[in-house]
Design a protein around this ligand. Structure first.
Ligand code: NAD
Length: 437
């Protein structure tokens, strides 16, 4: 199924022909396109919110703040600075070439492919699109089939704003991605799971296409004994249960110093009740699990260890309440894969070095969250563990800053974006040395 009537091959050819006209390269064209996208989002805002409610039961407030607002913010930030980013940068030339001038020219790659996941199906589709357009590329966007309402409104929005020779949406299932990946793109930007990231990279290798992979993994949260427990609990509950835990940078599991375990868990229990209600199963705004397959996968974890808090679920509603598990160790099933749901395993520690060794032994996480005001502990953790990005005494917020490049490392991904970094990611940097004759 496609929203353009073209095949992947025809679409890419058409975009390549258009790219070669050079139209997308001017500042005026890029600014106009970004403004059109902004207006389109505003026009379709209610439909986007309704689609997010239908696909994931996101409340309007959650959907607006975690999806639409972030994309509008990227657009505004980019529009204000694009001219400056596009300017060639003059850099020093070696003393041996006194008549030389050296410059770096950011230029678009050409025809780009953006493949998006379902968990923030609007934001994670359109933030990369902003970057691709700002850098002067054409874009084919493939939304996730697991959020069909958002996929449909994304296609309508793009069709409203752009001709398909410039930006087009190809809706569809895995087969559609597979067809697209057979084509030669000039850049591929993929957000999704680590196994599919490998499929994308293998396909990209055929054409030596540069690729950004925004993947997942198990992101630890560490609460040290000196932490402000109330603030840590607030931040952990927000970070873990936003979108019912279906957030790539959600704290996946909790490591708490044994001295503060009881007090922290009590604060977490109070915070869940205050934020999501005494009986979360009755909270009609708590997001749902995306489908039955993921619900069943998560339900199996509910039998891992012992339920400390929560534990109820309803398959018909695709609802799992915020749940804390204890009696978990590093070998437990729930510790072997990214959870991606509202289930938080809790482990205690007394020796921080031992914990860091365990984390370093595993694939590099996408995020890490540390709660402590002890500078030596911060230095130790940040200096020992390699991870994509993260926060101290907070969760998630590093990813909402335009100034902080966002991305993973190792199995959690490669490359980064947001703010200026999106423009850089979607640009080739052409180095030119000019001599006077
Ligand atoms: P997924 O990898 O299953 O799917 C992502 C996209 O790839 C979808 O559009 C899908 O149609 C397509 N796809 C699926 N299988 C494919 C295949 N075999 N060949 C080609 N394309 C294929 O991921 P998902 O379930 O949509 O998202 C969840 C995962 O994404 C989690 O692991 C999460 O951590 C990760 N994620 C990462 C980030 C990030 O920014 N790093 C953000 C959100 C989600």
């Amino acid at each position: 199924m496609t929203t353009t009537s073209l095949s992947a091959n025809e679409l890419v050819l058409r975009q390549r022909r258009f790219f070669r006209t050079g139209e997308t390269k001017s500042l005026a064209y890029r600014v106009d396109a970004l403004k059109r996208l902004r207006l389109g989002i505003e026009k379709h805002q209610q439909r986007i919110l309704d689609a997010l409610r239908a696909d994931l039961n996101k409340s309007e407030a959650e959907a607006y703040h975690t999806e639409i607002r972030l994309v509008l913010g990227e657009l505004d930030y980019t529009l204000e600075r694009l001219e400056q980013w596009m300017a060639p940068r003059v850099v020093p030339t070696s003393d041996q070439i006194p008549d030389g001038t050296s410059t770096i020219h950011p230029e678009p790659y050409g025809v780009t492919l953006v493949i998006a996941p379902w968990n923030y199906p609007f934001q994670l589709a359109f933030s990369p699109v902003v970057g691709a357009i700002s850098a002067g590329n054409t874009v084919v966007l493939k939304p996730s089939e697991l959020t069909p309402n958002v996929s449909k409104v994304s296609a309508d929005l793009v069709r409203d704003c752009f001709p398909d020779e410039f930006v087009a949406v190809m809706e569809g299932e895995v087969q559609t991605s597979t067809e697209l990946l057979r084509e030669k793109f000039d850049y591929i930007f993929f957000t999704g799971s680590t196994p599919v990231g490998k499929v994308v990279m293998r396909a990209a290798a055929e054409n030596l296409t540069p690729t950004t992979l925004e993947l997942g993994g198990k992101s630890p949260a560490i609460v040290h004994k000196d932490a402000n427990l109330k603030k840590a609990a607030q931040s952990l509950v927000r970070g873990k249960f936003l979108n019912a835990g279906q957030t790539c940078v959600a704290p996946d599991y909790l490591l708490v110093h044994e001295d503060v375990r009881e007090a922290l868990l009590e604060e977490i229990g109070l915070e869940i009740a205050s934020k999501h209600g005494e009986d979360v199963m009755q909270n009609t705004d708590f997001p749902h699990i995306v489908n039955g397959k993921n619900f069943d996968r998560l339900s199996r974890f509910l039998n891992d260890g012992e339920v400390l808090l929560g534990g109820r679920s309803d398959r018909e509603q695709l609802m799992i309440e915020p749940t804390l598990l204890q009696g978990i160790d590093w070998d437990s099933p729930v510790m072997q894969e990214e959870i991606f749901g509202p289930i938080l395993p809790v482990m205690t520690y007394s020796d921080l070095d031992e914990v860091l060794e365990k984390i370093v032994d595993r694939p590099k996480p996408l995020a890490l969250y540390l709660f402590t005001n002890d500078q030596a502990v911060q230095d130790l953790v940040l200096g020992t563990v390699s991870f994509g990005g993260g926060c101290v005494n907070e969760t998630l917020l590093h990813m909402s800053s335009h100034e902080l490049p966002f991305g993973g490392v190792g199995e959690s991904g490669m490359g980064s974006y947001h703010g200026k970094q999106s423009f850089e990611t979607f640009s080739h940097h052409k180095s030119i040395l000019v001599r006077s004759v």
